[in-house]
Design a protein around this ligand. Structure first.
Ligand SMILES: Nc1nc2c(ncn2[C@@H]2O[C@H](COP(=O)(O)OP(=O)(O)OP(=O)(O)O)[C@@H](O)[C@H]2O)c(=O)[nH]1
Ligand SMILES: [Mg+2]
Ligand SMILES: [Zn+2]
Length: 308
């Protein structure tokens, strides 16, 4: 019997790390049952598991998934019934965005951030590919940076082309379990390769990425970092359906909206068009950014469009 952590899960096979860097391919015990949650994957990257070794073929059999400290769930859309656990037991999540090639939509960012809020996992924003930005792109970047840092989300500028700020990121990720999410083509896997060239992970060819990514990474995978800690690379996501949120609690996860909501006339105010709504008046006065409020309205409408 051993104890390890799941580095990769591809449906029925699991790669488990244990001891001093030993990696074991595992399957799952037939009658293993996981309580809770209707998810498409019972065991996720980051799960701590108990296993037995099958001496015949040097593989492992997972017999138990230990309690999760937390997890990040996502649905493909608001309509889909099943959700997927992207990863479990993470210390922090980083959303990697780009202003161009591809352009990350503000609403996509907000859907991600409120999900992180709902699961109480600290989130930060990485703005990658700064080497490609022209004047307008830089202005847009500064706008978003100021909008999000005001709310309390640290933004880190990055260029993996110039290798600027890589050290800053290393310090933030050192000795922690970090998950990186973002649209396809923003450079998540390239970051992992920059941290550890020996990983030699597959990324899109330069000539390959146009407006959108090509979904090069297909399964989440956790990698041990030479500077200490683990980083989880994930497949690029299109839409981000928010999971398990009641309509009347969505605003709780927009930090600045929640703060202001305490001054609304009615304590069941949904900040749509109620009289005496402090949120709407803050939007009009500029205290709450209109872009954030627009994301809120779209999510409240249950808008199922895909956001890239
Ligand atoms: N100019 C420039 N290109 C970059 C930068 N970072 C990544 N790229 C390029 O962007 C492309 C996509 O990078 P990937 O690392 O494959 O993107 P990804 O986020 O892992 O994409 P998926 O696996 O499809 O989700 C590659 O051609 C990278 O070389 C950067 O800072 N500047
Ligand atoms: Mg990738
Ligand atoms: Zn209100």
């Amino acid at each position: 019997m051993g104890k390890g952590v799941v580095l990769k899960s591809t449906g029925s096979r699991y790669r488990v790390l244990f001891g001093e860097g030993i990696i074991l391919e595992c399957s799952i015990k037939g009658k293993l049952r996981i309580k809770e949650l209707r998810t498409t994957n019972p065991i996720a990257v980051g799960d701590n598991v108990l296993f037995e070794i099958d001496k015949k073929n040097n593989t492992g059999i997972i017999t138990e998934v230990l309690d999760r400290r937390n997890y990040i769930l996502r649905k493909a859309s608001n309509l889909s019934k099943h959700s997927q656990i992207i990863a479990a037991n993470v210390d922090q999540v980083f959303l990697m965005i780009t202003i161009i090639l591809p352009e990350t939509a503000v609403e996509f960012i907000d859907r991600f951030l409120i999900t992180a809020e709902a699961y109480r996992v600290p989130a930060k924003i990485i703005i990658n590919k700064t080497d490609l930005y022209g004047e307008d792109d830089l202005a847009k970047m500064e706008y978003l940076e100021s909008m999000y840092s005001k709310i309390g989300y640290e933004c880190i500028r990055l260029s993996l082309h110039d290798m600027t700020n890589l050290e800053t990121l290393k310090l933030l990720m050192k000795d922690k379990i970090s998950l990186i999410s973002g649209n396809s083509g923003v450079g998540k896997t390239t970051l992992l390769n920059s941290f550890n060239p020996a990983l030699n992970l597959k990324t899109a060819e330069i000539s390959y990425y146009h407006k959108q990514g090509k979904h090069i990474t297909t399964f989440p995978e956790m990698h041990q970092m030479p500077f200490g800690g683990f980083v989880i690379d994930t497949p690029g996501i299109r839409g981000f359906g928010v999971v398990d949120m009641e309509r009347n609690e969505i605003y709780h996860f927009f930090r600045e909206i929640f703060r202001v909501s305490k001054e609304c006339r009615f304590n069941n105010c949904l900040h749509l068009d109620e009289p005496g709504c402090a949120v709407r008046s803050a939007v009009e006065k500029g205290g709450i950014d209109f872009l954030r409020y627009r994301s809120y309205l779209n999510i409240m409408e249950g808008d199922n469009r895909k956001y890239r």
